[in-house]
Write a new protein. Structure first.
Length: 262
């Protein structure tokens, strides 16, 4: 069987604004699509990061429907954005690792279906929790990673166009996201609260970069793909747009809210 090429990964150490990161995903998607249509090879990428505090809605939620909710959430010092991913309202912010796999599902033989792709993400995160933190998860009828029937530690919401993926997953590492989650009904689940690695183990992970590396290692094990750090000095167009994002965020004030306003 033909061995698939490596997936290139990059971790942003400074929390990123959501809207600009959404643009970055779209730029990479368009570059991958252009390369494919031209018959050229292109890298698949896994971006890992923390966001500045933001609430995001899924494609089933319209602007008018979310108008009042947007105003309420912006008043507690968070950004708000509607997206084209699956799922409903959720939160992203510091203390949570968000992953955006920008992959070509058609490279597998046979091509990987969206349900199988979501299953790979879920198994990768479950394996990370088990192998790195000895946290065992439970099955759920809902998409995501659950510590028990009423505690959710990770979310998955993806978009697939032309078998190229955008959006991805989010996993709560420290307790910092939990107060933000308490302000919403996340993913439309009234009887579910947010959990984290810290809340499950009683210990706060101190190095989010090491947590990102552990997620990458487990993603590699589950998918069977080699994971290689993205060289931002490389000549490719995808390397260039990721490098530009690092330069952009370095110029921004580091002044996001650390907790929701009362």
């Amino acid at each position: 069987m033909m061995r698939l090429p490596p997936i290139f990964w990059h971790y942003f150490r400074t929390p990123l604004p959501y809207a600009r990161t959404l643009q970055l995903q779209e730029m990479i998607y368009q570059l991958q699509l252009q390369h494919r249509r031209a018959g050229e090879t292109f890298p698949e990428v896994l971006l890992l990061l923390q966001h500045r505090p933001v609430f995001t809605g899924g494609r089933r939620q319209g602007e008018e429907e979310m108008k009042t909710e947007r105003e309420r959430l912006e008043n507690i010092r968070a950004d708000f954005s509607l997206t084209n991913r699956g799922g409903q309202l959720t939160y992203h912010g510091p203390g949570q690792i968000t992953g955006y796999p920008l992959l070509d599902l058609s490279r597998s033989t046979p091509p990987l279906g969206i349900r199988d792709y979501i299953c790979l993400i879920q198994k990768s995160l479950e394996r990370y929790l088990s192998s790195t933190h000895r946290i065992e998860t439970v099955p759920s009828e809902h998409t995501g990673i659950f510590l028990d029937a009423h505690t959710k530690i990770g979310s998955i919401g993806v978009q697939v166009r032309h078998r190229l993926t955008t959006h991805g997953f989010a996993l709560n590492v420290t307790n910092e996201p939990l107060n933000w989650f308490n302000r919403i009904v996340a993913c439309g689940l009234d009887d579910v609260k947010a959990g984290s690695v810290e809340s499950a183990t009683g210990t706060r992970p101190e190095d989010m970069g090491k947590e990102a590396e552990a997620i990458v290692a487990n993603f590699s094990e589950v998918t069977g793909r080699e994971m290689v750090p993205l060289d931002l000095t490389g000549p490719g167009s995808i390397e260039a747009v990721v490098s530009e994002m690092e330069e952009y965020v370095a110029r921004l004030p580091q002044d996001w809210a650390t907790a929701p306003a009362p």
